[in-house]
Design a protein around this ligand. Structure first.
Ligand code: HEM
Length: 308
């Protein structure tokens, strides 16, 4: 962790560290570098307005989205079960557009920006191309909450399809409905046809880029569909700590805001020309109050500038 104010983490130092951990590959995203751009539609449920007055969620719209594999290495194998899957989407129209970025774990790997920088710095490879495992171990021992995300991923089988993976927005988002009532929600994006996973034996037979072909096949068959859920808060939930789930989170009351159907693949350029920016949220969904979220707006813009 930062030892003095002079080495306090900034969005720029985090982006540099994300790149360094991956060996500084040029012209790609600092995180979730490998991915595929798609298009689709969003249809609201008739209950969305109970949770939010955001017209991004209460009205139908087209969707631009990107499925991705975690980390800054654009050549990571889809059979790597230590990295996350990502799903980012833009929905809404006109002045009511929102970007939601979600990943296949319900928690982040750091509670503060300084901790995030230290986590990444401990993993920057040395001259032999490998991180110093003693350093990683020592950091983990002193910061046990930074293992929550990796432990969650390691306890689950390998995702067998982007279309069969559950994704979380991780932060606690303040949602305001038409009655002007505000409460915290968490976004959970659930595949309508259930989870698709692979055993270790099945994974061994798959090529490194199998998720792309799988996605194309499933889109052609018309069954790539997700329910966008809002998990509802209870008094006392830890809304400032992104390394923790809410108590009993898997059994929370939840409201289906709407459904996304992915209808086609798009050229990379349609997603690469700009960013999915977590700060783009139309009135009705506010910015999460934690310090990790606050850093994200700048970090994504810095990453975009670096990959141009
Ligand atoms: C805490 C929950 C987080 C989630 C769910 C999340 C999710 C994602 C996803 C899905 C992408 C891929 C975007 C795309 O497909 O274009 C992404 C990219 C990225 N993330 Fe995050 N992220 C999180 C936290 C952070 C934090 C704290 C930082 C840095 C402070 C960060 C930095 C980045 C950067 C630099 C990119 C590449 C942006 C670009 O070049 O367009 N992320 N993130």
């Amino acid at each position: 962790m930062a030892e003095s104010p002079n080495d306090a983490a900034t969005p720029a130092s985090i982006v540099d560290a994300l790149k360094a951990v991956a060996g500084n590959p040029p012209k790609v995203r600092a995180s979730f570098a490998k991915g595929w751009c798609v298009r689709g539609t969003y249809t609201p449920s008739d209950r969305a307005g109970e949770v939010t007055r955001s017209q991004s969620f209460t009205g139908p719209s087209r969707v631009l989205a990107r499925f991705s594999v975690g980390g800054g290495n654009p050549s990571v194998a889809d059979t790597n079960n230590l990295v996350l899957r990502g799903f980012s989407f833009k929905l809404g129209d006109g002045d009511h557009r929102s970007d939601i970025l979600a990943e296949s774990a319900p928690v982040h790997f750091a509670r503060t920006l300084d901790q995030m920088l230290a986590f990444l710095e401990a993993r920057i490879p040395g001259p032999d191309g490998k991180p110093d495992m003693a350093k990683v171990k020592a950091f983990s021992a002193a910061n046990p909450e930074t293992l929550n995300q990796a432990n969650y991923v390691a306890a689950r089988p390998l995702p067998g399809s982007f279309a069969g993976t559950t994704y979380w927005g991780v932060h606690s988002f303040p949602a305001t409905n038409a009655e002007n009532e505000t409460r915290f929600i968490k976004f959970k994006v659930v595949p309508a046809r259930g989870e698709i996973t692979l055993t270790e034996d099945e994974a061994r037979t798959k090529p490194a880029d199998f998720l792309h072909d799988d996605l194309g096949t499933r889109i052609a068959a018309g069954n790539v569909r997700f329910n966008v859920m809002a998990l509802l808060d209870r008094p006392g939930d830890p809304t400032m700590d992104v390394t923790m789930r809410w108590p009993d989170e898997d059994h929370r009351e939840e409201v289906r805001l709407g459904t996304i159907v992915i209808t086609g693949l798009e050229p990379d350029q349609a997603c690469d020309a700009s960013i999915f920016n977590p700060a783009n949220l139309a009135d009705g969904i506010g910015h999460p109050p934690d310090e990790i979220f606050a850093a994200r707006r700048a970090a994504y813009a810095i990453s975009l500038a670096k990959r141009r």
